[in-house]
Design a protein around this ligand. Structure first.
Ligand code: GAR
Length: 203
């Protein structure tokens, strides 16, 4: 069975989309761990409800050692790490050991509205301010940069003239919940071929 660890920092609706996709048979995977960088978030409750091992690491206490602590927990135990609304930056040995085995979902069409400090509602506020007509989400591999890794897939949505950031966020979120399980499925079925900066999907 293909094993994943899901890292979270918030409400965990993307985590829920993975859990639902496993329960309805779309994904043939198992969530081994849900790990957060703070206590008391709803994503941990979702894990608990589904009897998934979950733990909160304290970002402030661990500082630069946060990634090393995650590695200690999951090393040799999972095939893929999924960042599902995880807002800390991964560093060091974890990135080497899990090269092309860490994916992230970002609520914009990378390379727009991404990089340091661009997360959550801020991304949608910037998209509205800029006046883009199309927005969306991106699933990409995680490398040393912020939102710079190889793109696996993207889903687009139309931006309406009447949209505020919250309305756009909700429309993008619907696509996130499709894109993230789809990317996990492709990886778990070994259907992604990396050629330079490109991820080719094998049908
Ligand atoms: C999602 O929109 C995700 O794309 C975003 O945080 C939200 C988490 O929601 N991630 C980023 O902005 C990362 N740069 P969730 O906790 O309900 O899954």
């Amino acid at each position: 069975m293909f094993k994943i660890a899901v890292l979270v920092s918030g409400g965990g609706s993307n985590l829920q989309s993975i859990i639902d996709s496993i329960e309805n048979g779309y994904l043939n995977c198992c969530v081994e761990y849900v790990i957060s960088d703070k206590k008391g978030i709803y994503a941990l409750e979702r894990a608990e409800k589904h009897n998934i091992k979950n733990m909160a690491l304290d970002k402030k206490e661990l500082g630069a050692n946060l990634s090393d602590e995650i590695l200690k927990i999951i090393d040799g135990k999972v095939d893929l790490i999924v960042l599902a609304g995880y807002l800390s930056i991964l560093k060091g040995e974890l990135l080497n050991k899990f090269k092309n085995k860490i994916i992230n979902i970002h609520p914009a069409l990378i390379p727009s509205f991404c990089g340091a400090g661009m997360y959550g509602i801020k991304v949608h506020q910037k998209a509205i301010e800029y006046g883009v007509k199309i927005a969306g989400c991106t699933v990409h591999f995680v490398d040393e940069g912020t939102d710079t890794g190889i793109i696996i897939l993207q889903k687009a949505v139309e931006v309406k003239d009447s949209d505020n950031a919250e309305e756009l966020q909700q429309r993008v979120l619907v696509q996130e919940h499709i894109a993230l399980p789809e990317a996990i499925k492709l990886i778990s079925e070994n259907r992604i071929l990396i050629e330079g900066r490109k991820a080719r999907i094998i049908n």
